[in-house]
Design a protein around this ligand. Structure first.
Ligand code: SAH
Length: 350
């Protein structure tokens, strides 16, 4: 992205940054120093880059900008310590990210777009539609910002916040490559998960990238007829097409697939759904992650009771399916799945 002729230095990989630095008539090793400041030391301004001369820092500020968004507010869940961060980008748009602390490490759920155009009926992130895609620098900045705030390293990243990652394909793939760059932030590909509502060409393209990242499909219904009622994308791609693409993806990277299934009372929690679900996933190396649907004030969907969700899980288990009920983190701060939403300008209630 170019802004008032300034270049977005946070979205440059090391090769791109090197080219840029050489074009400014500077020495090659400067690129490495700057790349480290941004991607290893989580710098948010050129002023922090103290091993560069003042003259060079000023020159850089005249040619480029850092895309790192600014954390404007945080909310911490009283239930589980989950933290939701509201970030403001340079153009005044906002996105939300969520930090979840687990025994195995800190996991950050990032947004990939401002808003979303997928229109899933149960999800708050799609209300108001898509404003714009996020750049790689803005996605990286959500993680680096949380590390700055907590002083702790993030070990896992999930692209499960606002936005459909495969609707912002090029930026998301570049983001993942930079995040997992061994010369950069160096998060293992195996610790990165991308969740999609099922954009078939995107899944097939992703397969060709040879990334060892985990793929999750937002399934939510075991057949096309029901899926079409709650997910507009189902009118575009059938479950048969999506599953063929997933199997191809799996044949290459052999990572266990996750299916997210938001349980909605009276909609997708019947015994017939169990039977069809089992038929769909039988024989696949997969995990079904049940998410009792989280409340969103604009719709009337409600989750089944705890007992009913458990019963749904047990029925799947009986058929030999790996299934968990997602521990909902940060529900009291609207930080759980499907509760992140678009915020507007400064005057908005935040
Ligand atoms: N667009 C991507 C990334 C969003 S991930 C995708 O569709 O996968 C967020 C996950 O939360 C998705 O599985 C989404 O379907 C689910 N979700 C959305 N609204 C929800 C809600 N109200 N309750 C529970 N899960 C929800």
């Amino acid at each position: 992205m170019i802004e008032n002729n300034l270049k977005d230095i946070s979205s440059m990989d090391l090769a791109g940054l090197t080219e840029f630095i050489l074009s400014l008539g500077e020495k090659k090793f400067r690129a490495r120093q700057i790349y480290d400041w941004i991607n290893k030391k989580n710098a948010m301004s050129f002023a922090e880059m103290t091993d560069l001369s003042k003259a060079l820092r000023e020159k850089l500020a005249g040619e480029a900008f850092l895309a790192a968004p600014e954390a404007v507010s945080t909310q911490v869940s009283k239930i589980d310590g989950t933290m939701k961060v509201l970030y403001r980008m340079r153009d005044g748009n906002y996105v939300e990210s969520v930090l979840m602390k687990y025994k195995h490490g800190n996991s950050v759920c990032i947004s990939t777009q401002v808003g979303c155009r997928m229109g899933c009926a149960f999800c708050a992130s799609t209300i108001g539609g898509l404003t714009r895609n996020l750049t790689p620098g803005e996605m990286l900045g959500q993680i680096y910002g949380i590390e700055r705030m907590t002083g702790e390293r993030v070990s896992n990243v999930v692209c499960m916040g606002t936005g459909e990652p495969l609707d912002n394909y090029d930026n998301v793939v570049r983001f993942i490559r930079m995040l997992t760059d061994q010369d950069g932030h160096n998060i293992s590909e195996r610790n990165v998960t991308l969740s999609t509502c099922g954009i078939v060409p995107g899944i097939l393209r992703l397969k060709e990238e040879d990334l060892m990242i985990n793929l999750a499909l937002s399934l939510h219904a075991p057949d096309d007829a029901l899926r079409k009622q709650i997910m507009p994308i189902a009118r575009r791609y059938s479950l048969d097409e999506i599953f063929d693409a997933l199997k191809e993806y799996y044949s290459r990277n052999r990572r266990r697939l996750t299916f997210e299934y938001s349980l909605i009372a009276g909609v997708n929690d019947s015994d017939e759904c169990v039977t069809k679900l089992v038929q769909r996933v039988r024989g696949m190396n997969c995990l079904i992650n049940l998410i009792p649907v989280n409340p969103v004030r604009e719709n009337n969907f409600v989750a089944p009771s705890g007992g009913a969700s458990l019963a749904f899980q047990k029925k799947l288990e009986k058929c030999g399916i790996n299934v968990t009920i997602r521990r909902e983190m940060g529900r009291d701060i609207d930080g759980a799945c499907g509760q992140l939403r678009k915020r507007y300008m400064e005057t908005d209630n935040i």
